[in-house]
Write a protein that binds this ligand. Structure first.
Ligand code: XMP
Length: 510
């Protein structure tokens, strides 16, 4: 396995993804992690990430230099290159011009790091840095250069230390995956055995060992993560698992039925189906502020869930669908960032209730979770479904949430998604959904004036939800979405398409 030490780069997660794609297991830890922990991890190779700092700035993040005496290969990327350079006595200086964007890298094809990467002696790479190497550290040789950076890649002449100025982890370095493969497989000697099948096997054994014959409680929402957790645990411990599915009335059309059918009927999971629709509607009465909606929905969920836990308990364990990005988020080397929206699905629950946590997906990225889900036999329809926020349709109804408005939005959204699927666009789109606006507009139907709701349709492409662009959906498809909704949904007489990207807009409207 590979250890990635994070110096605060926005791309660190991508390094991990590229390595996992090479079917090699890796973990990200902050650069400040204790050296004992690094030794315990027993990495076969170490990668030093990029970072916003400059090695010579005061308080710049450093790393325990004993990593260079562990006898394992080290690859430094961008800031990580500067760390290596400084350790071995080279000179880094602030370059007058920041180099940012695509660049041609001339490579030495005979080097193990670049072997087989390209049939030519140059590749396109993505540069993003303000500092550059002025003089090489001792015993290093250049293995790649660009027009602006005479030392864009270097290698120690006798030990397995490598440093590169560019970012092989981003898609703008098309051959990046091959470079990582060369490093982790050929140079570090890692075996390519990290697959979803292997994961399921070892995870089931682990769960059985931890849980024994004790009982586990799991909150099942029908989303990808909790579904995979539920089925994985069910495979491991069968009837000692109880899932609680809270129908908050804020779900999409047919969703609640699907959850019950799939998990109770097909998988024979112990499923407690709580119909809390009225309760949530009551709590939301008169609430229009988005953050207040989130808070009320989050708290009500916890109340309902706690009541059910007591009713069906006792349970020793609580299973959660925490993913690796959530874990990294909490351990990474980062400054505080502004709260734009509180995403309520993390937090609250475990501390208040006296459970030990089981988080079988803690090491996985979303795409890996999907593979595991398909392998476990969960229907593709559920696994490939677009992300859906915890507060559900409540944050897609601007203004007060009422039963009538929920019914309008639910029907309109189902029609829109049906058209998107019919046009074969669903899997290309990160998220497509409808938003009911607190606005009425004038229309004419037949000979009559109408004064009804406006519905906004939104579809975005994204890799991780952090940034997003609006989808260029063909006019014909937009046309039929609009036509069908206005004809079939009573209460809507106008449909608009949202063409804002994130940033500066966000994906959801609230
Ligand atoms: P934004 O709107 O912040 O959304 O661009 C990014 C992603 O997060 C989802 N989202 C939420 N998920 N609880 C959730 O579980 C929330 O309160 C919440 N708000 C937004 C959103 O659907 C998108 O995928």
């Amino acid at each position: 396995k590979i250890l990635i030490l994070d110096f605060g780069s926005q791309y660190t997660q991508l390094i991990a993804r590229r390595i996992r794609e090479a079917r090699v297991y890796c973990e990200i830890h902050p650069c400040t992690v204790d050296f004992n922990k690094i030794e315990e991890f027993e990495p076969k190779g170490i990668i030093l990430s990029g970072g916003p700092g400059s090695v010579y700035a005061e308080d710049s993040p450093q790393v325990d230099e004993r990593i260079f005496d562990m006898g394992v290969p080290v690859l430094g990327i961008c800031y990580g290159m500067q760390i290596i350079c400084k350790h071995f006595g080279g000179v880094v200086s602030r370059s007058a011009e920041r180099e940012y964007g695509r660049s041609e890298l001339h490579i030495n094809n005979d080097t193990d790091l670049f072997r087989g990467v390209s049939s030519e002696d140059k590749i396109t790479v993505w540069m993003s840095h303000g500092d550059k190497l002025d003089s090489m550290p001792e015993n290093f040789s250049v293995i790649g250069y660009t027009k602006n950076a005479p030392i864009a890649a270097m290698k120690h002449i006798s030990r397995p230390f490598y440093a590169i100025q560019f970012h092989p982890e981003v898609v703008h370095t098309p051959k990046g995956s091959e470079i990582f493969r060369n490093f982790v497989v050929d140079i570090c000697g890692c075996k390519q055995i990290w697959t979803s099948g292997n994961f399921i096997h070892t995870e089931i054994d682990k769960i059985r060992e931890i849980v024994g014959d004790k009982r586990v409680l799991c909150a099942l929402s029908g989303g990808v993560d909790s579904s995979v957790v539920a089925v994985l645990l069910h495979e491991a411990i069968g009837s000692n698992l109880t899932c609680v599915f809270v129908d908050n009335g804020l779900l999409r059309k047919g969703e609640a039925d699907d959850v019950v059918k799939t998990f109770r009927d097909s998988f024979s999971i112990n499923l407690v189906h709580v119909d809390a629709r009225k309760r949530f509607l009551n709590v939301l009465k008169g609430v229009t502020d988005p953050e207040e909606k989130r808070k009320k929905i989050g708290n009500t969920f916890i109340e309902v869930f706690e009541e059910e836990a007591v009713k069906h308990g006792p349970f020793e364990f609580l299973a959660q669908g925490t993913l690796y990005p959530d874990v990294i988020e909490s351990v990474s080397f980062k400054g505080p960032s502004a709260t734009i929206k509180t995403h309520h699905n993390v937090g609250g629950l475990p501390e208040r209730m006296n459970f030990s946590l089981i988080e079988p997906l803690r090491e996985l990225f979303k795409d890996e979770v999907r593979k595991v889900g398909l392998e476990l036999g969960i229907p593709e329809k559920m696994i490939m479904r677009h992300p859906f926020p915890g507060p559900g349709l409540a944050i897609r109804i601007l203004g007060e949430v009422t039963e009538d408005r929920l019914a309008i939005l639910r029907l309109a959204d189902a029609i829109a998604i049906n058209e998107i699927k019919g046009a074969g666009l669903y899997n290309e789109i990160w998220q497509a959904f409808s938003v009911l606006l607190p606005v009425q507009s004038v229309g004419v139907m037949g000979d009559n004036r109408t004064y009804e709701n406006v519905l906004a349709f939104r579809a975005v492409s994204s890799v991780d939800g952090m940034t997003a662009d609006w989808s260029r959906i063909p006019y014909e498809v937009l046309g039929s979405i609009s036509n069908r909704i206005i004809n079939e949904v009573q209460g809507i007489n106008r449909v608009v398409y949202d063409i804002s990207s994130k940033p500066p807009a966000t994906i959801e409207w609230e």
